[in-house]
Structures are given as structure tokens and as C-alpha cells.
Design a protein around this ligand. Structure first.
Ligand SMILES: NC(=O)c1ccc[n+]([C@@H]2O[C@H](COP(=O)([O-])OP(=O)(O)OC[C@H]3O[C@@H](n4cnc5c(N)ncnc54)[C@H](OP(=O)(O)O)[C@@H]3O)[C@@H](O)[C@H]2O)c1
Length: 346
């Protein structure tokens, strides 16, 4: 697009229908290309060209109604600012933002504008840009911040992390090891289990799809008992964790992977453990924690750059139309850790 043109051809991926009672699949997405006017910006607004989308298990839908039968999807992306009415994000700057799944996005709603972060000055050129979607992006920040804010980690304790080979799980495990905890993880393939044990230094790990979860977790926890369950899935596993908990243990409710696959969130039937063992069951959301992001980058950035913190990172180089399929594959377990879709040159 040249600055003088007032229209762009914009390919978007929309939700064609809401998955009801089934995991999302390719039929739920639709690719649409149309010529659109470049918006006339109001104060604080920006218009961006999206470069590389972060695939998040959780996606936000804008305006899906019975009348439209379609919805725009909002996900995280690294983008270049093409037009700006916001001094913090001048034309040409690189931002991390909540962007609609498409080539261009008009960022105007206050809830999305407040999330925009300028990243030109914080990018470490020795690292691939995709790390700012993953271990140094919202996922990594969520792991670090949730453990700091509600984890109260103590050396010698035992933590169990579900979806441990995912973006949050990988960092949560390594941060817990660095604080001297005994770390147990679960994942859905033997290769991921081996990765947790051999590459990330987990003390124990099991395949939740092929092993009996209660037996595997009970054996991994052993006589020491469980102190923390870092719950990324929100399914029945929490009941096993509650049974294995030591007095004053904590359940950190951070993710809902089972729900993203359209399973109903599980309500534990053994909540009585909370009373008898004086447990804490606490939720966390990243949405109001933006102000702590610089501190996170300062602390974790150098550890990622010097290899002390490990991560896996896949970049799918493709057109916008790959977003839906990659999202489906992410939920299905195809990737280990962060997957990004790069739709334009950086
Ligand atoms: N609270 C917050 O503010 C916040 C912020 C960011 C992310 N989150 C949430 O944290 C969770 C983890 O995020 P992430 O980015 O690190 O994703 P992730 O763990 O990389 O998610 C993808 C993986 O989830 C696993 N999975 C899918 N369905 C599952 C199920 N029913 N049971 C167990 N594992 C399942 C698959 O691995 P396997 O091969 O192991 O099955 C897949 O590879 C998500 O729910 C995300 O929305 C919360």
C-alpha cells in the first residue's frame, strides 16, 4: 500500500460458524478478500499491517450474531504501524497488538488499544522475532507473572503442570526448577514427555493420553505429596491433584485448554479437600497486568538470549488463510510450544 492510496485489498479469516459441542475444525473458518477503505483515524487510533500472528489456544470473537453469521477473530500479532493518531506508536514503528486475523487491522477499540506495546526498542536482534509471540510474549509473561503473583513457590515443594510442553507449561516448569521445586509435567505424546525430561529437566513426566492419569500422577508425586497444581486445562485432572495435595497446597487456575476444545469446564466433586487441607484455589488472568511486562522482559529476556531458558518455536510461513488450520492443529497437539503464522516480511 502506498501512503496516498485510501483503499487496501484485505484478506481476512472469519469464523463461519461457532463450534457447538465439537472441537474447532477447518469448516468453522472462512477466508474472505475484499477491498476496504483505509479508515480515517480518530485520536489514539492506529492502522497496522500484520506481520506475524501468535496462535493462542483462546481466541476472541468480535460481533458474531445471528444476523451476521460471521465473526472477526482477534488474536495477538506483531505488526507495523502504517497510519497513526497516537504519539506512542508512530508510523513505521513495530508493535505487539491485539489484531483481527487479516492482513491489515484498524486498532480502535479501547480494550485493544490499551494492550498495544511498542517493541522496536526491546527487540533483541540475536533472537527470532517470533519469541515475542511466545516465551517473551504474552504466554511467557503469563507463566512468570502468575507464578510470581499467586504461586508463592518455595524450594523443596512439588509442582505439577498440565500441558507442560506448551508455551506456558515449558516456562512454568523451568522457572519452578530454578526456584528449587520438584517439577512434574504431563503431555499428549511420548516425544513431548521425552522433551520435558531430557531437554527441560523435569523430574518426572507422563503421557496423559496413554497412561492412567491418576496412577501416573500418584506415582510421580510419591510420598512427598503435591504442593502446587498449575492447571492449564480445566478438566477432571484437578480432582486427582486435590486428592494428592499437602496441607496449604495451591491450585493455580491459569488455562482452560479442555474448554477451548469445547468440553464443559469441570467442576471438581472433591472440593472438601480445600476445607480439610486449607488449600488455596486461585485464578489468574493476564489482562490487567500489562504494567509488569517490562520487568518480565528485563528478568527473563537475558536468560532466553543466553540459552539458560529453553523454548520451542515454530513459524509457519504462509498466507492469512493458514490461520484457521494452524489454530486447529495447535489445539490438536501437533506443535510443541509456540506456533506463529508469518504472513508478511518483517
Ligand atoms: N490466564 C491467562 O491470562 C492466560 C494467558 C495466556 C494463556 N492462557 C491459557 O493457558 C493455556 C495454555 O496456553 P499455551 O499458549 O501454553 O497453550 P499450549 O499449552 O501450547 O496449547 C496447545 C497444547 O494444548 C494441549 N491440549 C489441547 N487440549 C488439551 C486437553 N484437553 N488436555 C490437555 N492438553 C491439551 C496440546 O498438547 P498435548 O499434545 O500435550 O495434548 C496442545 O499442543 C490456554 O488455555 C491459554 O488460553 C491463559
Amino acid at each position: 500500500m502506498s501512503p496516498s492510496t485510501s483503499q487496501v485489498s484485505n484478506t481476512r479469516v472469519l469464523i463461519a460458524k461457532i463450534p457447538e459441542g465439537v472441537a474447532p475444525n477447518n469448516t468453522h473458518f472462512e477466508t474472505v478478500t475484499q477491498v476496504e477503505d483505509v479508515p480515517v483515524l480518530k485520536e489514539n487510533e492506529i492502522f497496522v499491517k500484520n506481520i506475524i500472528f501468535s496462535m493462542e489456544p483462546y481466541i476472541r470473537l468480535d460481533d458474531f450474531t445471528e444476523t451476521t453469521r460471521q465473526s472477526r477473530v482477534v488474536g495477538y500479532a506483531i505488526a507495523k504501524v502504517l497510519e497513526s493518531k497516537n504519539q506512542a506508536f508512530p508510523v513505521g514503528s513495530t508493535v505487539f497488538s491485539s489484531s483481527e486475523w487479516g492482513q491489515y487491522s484498524h486498532i480502535h477499540l479501547p480494550q485493544y488499544l490499551k494492550d498495544v506495546t511498542r517493541i522496536d526498542e526491546i527487540i533483541d536482534p540475536s533472537l527470532p522475532i517470533s519469541v515475542y509471540n511466545g516465551v517473551l510474549g504474552v504466554g511467557g509473561f503469563t507463566s512468570w507473572d502468575s507464578l510470581e503473583k499467586i504461586g508463592n513457590l518455595k524450594a523443596g515443594e512439588t509442582i505439577y503442570i498440565s500441558s507442560a510442553a506448551g508455551t506456558l507449561g515449558q516456562l512454568a516448569g523451568q522457572l519452578s526448577k530454578r526456584k528449587g521445586l520438584r517439577v512434574i509435567g504431563s503431555a499428549g505424546t511420548d516425544a513431548k514427555v521425552q522433551f520435558l525430561l531430557n531437554d527441560l529437566g523435569f523430574d518426572a513426566a507422563f503421557n496423559y493420553k496413554t497412561q492412567d492419569k491418576r496412577q501416573a500422577l500418584t506415582e510421580a508425586v510419591g510420598p512427598a505429596g503435591l504442593d502446587i497444581y498449575y492447571d492449564l486445562i480445566g478438566d477432571v485432572t484437578v480432582e486427582i491433584a486435590l486428592d494428592l495435595m499437602n496441607p496449604h497446597g495451591r491450585v493455580l487456575a491459569v488455562g482452560l485448554l479442555a474448554w477451548h476444545q469445547n468440553a464443559r469446564p469441570h467442576v471438581p466433586t472433591n472440593m472438601i479437600n480445600i476445607l480439610y487441607k486449607q488449600l488455596r484455589y486461585e485464578g489468574y488472568t493476564v489482562f490487567d497486568r500489562h504494567e509488569f511486562f517490562p520487568q518480565f522482559l528485563q528478568e527473563i529476556g537475558p536468560l532466553v538470549a543466553d540459552g539458560s531458558i529453553k523454548y520451542t518455536d515454530t513459524v509457519v510461513e504462509a498466507g492469512v488463510e493458514a490461520l484457521g488450520e494452524t489454530y486447529v492443529d495447535l489445539l490438536g497437539g501437533k506443535y510443541t510450544g509456540k506456533v506463529s503464522v508469518q504472513i508478511a516480511e518483517f
